[in-house]
Ligand binder design. Structure first.
Ligand code: FAD
Length: 409
């Protein structure tokens, strides 16, 4: 986006920022009115149309000053206080508007705000918030997942002065939204293989650059959400490095913290709504008289409330310490076990009807519970497996002895 365009949006953004002077309830009403009038409308069914629709919505949010509730205003965010962030997430979940595409806004952008140069903050964070660019995470490799410091993708320097580049070679895998990527935020090895976390650099790679090949991977539910990424002699300007060479590991910790925390409040609010919809379905099918069904629904009610309290702790930690901290692992564990249990229960509750797949006229609510059951299997692996999250909680929250095989996270 050009400077003139950015300036013309400034007055709209100021209007939204004027919301800061209002009471929380007035802020909520203004948000509700905004979503009701400017909302993106019905979600297109075809995947390409859905991407364009989501991008257009985020451009609208950004241009009107409603993007990036937790981001500083200097980079186009709203810089909301704690209570307003909670309200914002509750209202976006209620309005069922789409979240950002890719993992940029949730993971890379907060890392760039903390460690990037002013130019990187202005260019990259704004482009992500507006949906102009979709950023995806290139951390995992075929032989480096939980043990990220063993990663093998290399970057060696070539040239000098303004022409100086890193030449990158290697492979990344499980890149979420990879088929849509405009940019990849990657971890590469600039030190020796033995240097582990002391030889890792955080690099931003243009996904359309020569030498980058992105191949879709099919998931359990039949979607093509993931990709594997091959990097063959990809030339990356040295200025596209975040932080210093070989000093990427503290940035990884920031990124992983935000990844685990990503949208905790939004997810808590979303699952509040999803649970209400499941309760309504149980009522509609005359199942709430069953004490076993009531018992499970009560258990989910307790857990959805716990998720919200924990999300509040995370927002508070980000506001006071600048980082979500290890509480993000507690949040991730609560969320992922909740979504697996909820969908499994829903499919059980529906009996044979719960197994009817999406294409059938007899599918219950377009098979959303069955699809959720299948897709949520991966939840306890992504953003660090449940075992790794438990290690983090044990070591960093409960202060138990450290796993000797793992780097400090
Ligand atoms: C939905 C989803 C989205 C993802 N998105 C991305 C993405 O966008 N970008 C990206 O880079 N990666 C992504 N990943 C990859 C993800 O980060 C890795 O799958 C994850 O870190 C685990 O690595 P791995 O698959 O190599 O398993 P491994 O690390 O090989 O683990 C295998 C098993 O061993 C266990 N284990 C390993 N080490 C220990 C230990 N020290 N203590 C106890 N148990 C241990 C694990 O818990 C697991 O059960 C995604 C994965 C999923 C499922």
């Amino acid at each position: 986006m050009g400077t003139a365009q950015r300036l013309s949006h400034a007055s709209e953004q100021d209007k939204a920022h004027a919301l800061h002077g209002q009471t929380d309830e007035e802020f909520r009403s203004r948000l509700q009115a905004f979503f009701a009038t400017a909302g993106p409308g019905l979600r297109p069914r075809d995947p390409k149309g859905r991407v364009a629709w989501t991008r257009a919505w985020h451009a609208e949010l950004y241009d009107r000053g409603y993007a990036g509730p937790s981001f500083p205003r200097e980079v186009g965010g709203m810089d909301l206080s704690f209570s307003r962030q909670v309200i914002y997430q509750e209202e976006t979940a209620r309005a069922k508007v789409p979240g950002p595409l890719g993992s940029g806004v949730g993971i890379a952008a907060p890392t760039i705000v903390t460690y990037g140069t002013e130019e990187q903050r202005q260019t990259w964070v704004r482009a992500m918030l507006r949906g102009d660019e979709i950023w995806c995470q290139g951390f995992s490799e075929p032989d480096a997942g939980s043990d990220l410091p063993s990663l093998r993708t290399t970057a060696r320097r070539e040239g000098s002065g303004e022409d100086e580049v890193y030449v990158v070679n290697g492979q990344k895998v499980w890149t979420s939204s990879g088929p849509l990527a405009d940019k990849l935020f990657c971890l590469v090895r600039t030190g020796t293989q033995e240097s582990r976390q002391k030889g890792i650099t955080y690099l931003v790679i243009d996904a359309h650059a020569p030498g980058v090949t992105i191949r879709s991977l099919k998931d359990l539910a039949g979607g093509s959400f993931f990709a594997e990424v091959f990097l063959d002699d990809v030339r990356v300007p040295v200025t596209d490095r975040i932080g210093e060479e070989n000093e990427g590991w503290p940035l990884v910790r920031t990124s992983l913290g935000h990844e685990r925390a990503a949208g905790a409040m939004n997810q808590a609010a979303r699952y509040r709504r999803v649970l209400n919809e499941l309760i309504a379905l149980a009522q509609e099918r005359g199942l709430v008289a069953d004490p076993l069904v009531r018992d499970r629904l009560a258990d989910f009610e307790i857990r959805v409330r716990l998720m919200r309290f924990n999300a509040e702790r995370i927002i508070e930690s980000i506001l006071t310490k600048g980082e979500p901290g290890p509480t993000s692992s507690v949040s991730r564990l609560l969320l992922t076990s909740f979504e697996q249990d909820l969908h499994e229960f829903a499919v059980d509750m529906l009996g044979p009807d719960g197994l009817i797949t999406k294409g059938s006229d007899y599918a219950i609510q377009r098979a959303r519970w069955l699809t959720g059951f299948l897709t949520s299997r991966a939840a306890t692996i992504g953003a660090g497996t449940a075992e790794i999250q438990r290690n983090t909680v044990a070591e960093q929250v409960l202060k138990l002895p450290r796993d000797p095989g793992m780097p400090l996270r």
